[in-house]
Design a protein around this ligand. Structure first.
Ligand code: SAH
Ligand code: MG
Length: 216
């Protein structure tokens, strides 16, 4: 199986709204393509408009598994009106609230990947509390407060199967580089300290860890 997405997929990724540069996207794709061979679903926390979902979906398609993606679609703190990462196109004019679900659905449809993705719309801890089956990969790219990043780790990392991958985005070890806080970095440190995960690769702010031990 190829460890790089096809040209159409990469073009769709680059055209999609979102927060992931190409080098990190390629690393995410390679991780997903490898993990999906375990024959279990892949799960993302933080769909936004589907940019990274495209890559997980294409890796899932190639392996015959499903990509799951979790988001309440109301945006993180730093994406709200008046903040640095706000995009006015993501606001539902009728409600005056962010709603990234319509853009996500268009993005996925245009990429021809709708059949390979199940979107879970809701708060990550609420969905995690209902979840009870193993996953080949968990990609944590949700809220950047300690409360959210910690809840994502505690809620989803236990479901990563033996030999499966935990991928964390926006890991900035140096506070100077931090854009939206260091909570993802603290989660990364905690995952390694747990003894359950071993680092496989680092690309930009993307860290790929493999489950090599029990517990979290
Ligand atoms: N993966 C995306 C970027 C995700 S941005 C890309 O590649 O472009 C982070 C997303 O996490 C936002 O869409 C926000 O709505 C979502 N989010 C933040 N906290 C959340 C929570 N507690 N539950 C569900 N979604 C959350
Ligand atoms: Mg991110």
């Amino acid at each position: 199986m190829s460890m790089a997405p096809g040209p159409g997929i990469l073009a769709a990724f680059e055209a999609a709204k979102g927060f992931m540069p190409v080098d990190e996207g390629l690393a995410l794709y390679a991780a997903a393509a490898g993990a999906a061979r375990l024959g279990l679903p892949l799960l993302e926390v933080g769909t936004y408009c589907g940019r990274s979902t495209i890559l997980l979906a294409d890796a899932a398609r190639a392996a015959g598994v499903t990509a799951l993606t979790v988001d309440h679609h109301r945006g993180s703190e730093e994406q709200q009106p008046g903040w640095d990462y706000h995009d006015p196109e993501t606001v539902d004019a009728e409600l005056g609230l962010m709603d990234t679900l319509p853009t996500f659905r268009r993005t996925l449809h245009r990429a021809g990947l709708e059949d390979h993705v199940v979107a879970l719309v809701g708060r990550s801890p609420q969905i995690a509390a209902l979840w009870n089956s193993p996953l080949s990969l968990v990609f944590v790219d949700g809220g950047h407060t300690d409360e959210h990043a910690t809840a994502d780790y505690e809620g989803w990392a236990p479901h990563v199967t033996d030999g499966g991958l935990l991928v964390i985005h926006d890991v900035f070890p140096d506070p100077v580089d931090e854009l939206t806080g260091q909570a993802p970095y603290r989660v990364y440190v905690r995952a390694l300290a747990s003894g359950a995960f071993t680092e496989v690769s680092a690309t930009g702010s993307l860290r790929v860890l493999r489950r090599t031990g029990a517990g979290i």
